[in-house]
Write a protein that binds this ligand. Structure first.
Ligand SMILES: CC(C)(COP(=O)(O)OP(=O)(O)OC[C@H]1O[C@@H](n2cnc3c(N)ncnc32)[C@H](O)[C@@H]1OP(=O)(O)O)[C@@H](O)C(=O)NCCC(=O)NCCS
Length: 206
């Protein structure tokens, strides 16, 4: 917890229990409810961060973002303007007892945004997904499935347009040389081994 003056700017409204790290800037009209925000972050104006949300260090959250309870944001994540996260898969104004047996009357589903991921402007993230490390979500996308690390997904529903770096190398290698760069040395070794064994077998017969 740091002193108010170091992070509070303008008319940001911060609940008493919000923990805000050092050098983190909170811009005008933000509501932060009992959440934990790391160091060196920027929280744009008109952003709402709900109860129990954890935001890592060096995150950049643009204006008008809605992050409700049940969302975990790791370090170095970029969240574009007007991105909306969700936390209840089947929301209802008046809870139905058959489905919502919990104390709160609704079920909070966990969403995780891994280190270094970027979410483009105006995207919607359905609850229960994990966006992998350094993944990129195009603007205006609706993410309803897990996004693997390093991949770029766009559209509604979001689909992959680009693989991660290692997968791209693997695809290039496969196209260029055939096989897989990881398995090829093993194949080569197996070939060498069979030649040696053949030689030894012939040698011992003599
Ligand atoms: C996802 C993104 C990085 C892709 O950029 P890129 O690598 O230059 O990709 P391209 O423009 O070559 O697009 C590749 C394909 O994906 C499509 N595409 C790209 N971004 C898209 C988007 N946001 N929604 C839907 N389709 C998209 C393109 O139409 C193209 O399809 P095509 O091959 O059928 O023509 C970029 O479009 C994007 O959305 N960036 C986020 C911007 C943002 O919100 N910034 C926040 C700071 S304000």
């Amino acid at each position: 917890m740091v002193k108010r003056e170091t992070w509070r700017r303008g008319k940001g409204i911060v609940s008493v229990n919000a923990e805000v790290g050092l050098e983190t800037k909170v811009w005008h009209y933000c509501n932060l409810y009992n959440c934990k925000i790391g160091e060196h972050c920027v929280i744009g104006s008109f952003t709402e961060i709900g109860n129990g949300v954890k935001i890592g260090n060096y995150c950049k959250i643009q204006s008008g973002v809605f992050i409700p309870e049940g969302v975990i944001v790791e370090d170095e994540v970029f969240i574009g303007p007007n991105v909306v996260f969700t936390n209840d898969l089947k929301p209802k104004a008046i809870p139905c007892l058959e489905y919502y047996a919990g104390e709160k009357g609704w079920i909070c589903t966990l969403t995780v945004i891994k280190r270094g991921a970027s979410i483009g402007a105006n995207s919607t993230i359905r609850c229960g997904v994990t966006i992998g490390e350094n993944a990129l979500i195009g603007c205006g996308s609706t993410v309803i499935k897990n996004v693997p690390a390093g991949e770029t997904w766009v559209g509604n529903p979001a689909k992959r347009i680009r693989y991660g770096f290692l997968k791209r190398i693997k695809i290039w290698y496969h196209k260029r040389f055939g096989g897989c760069p990881i398995w090829c040395p093993f194949k080569f070794w197996r070939k060498i081994k069979s030649v040696i064994l053949k030689y030894l077998a012939n040698h011992s017969e003599q």
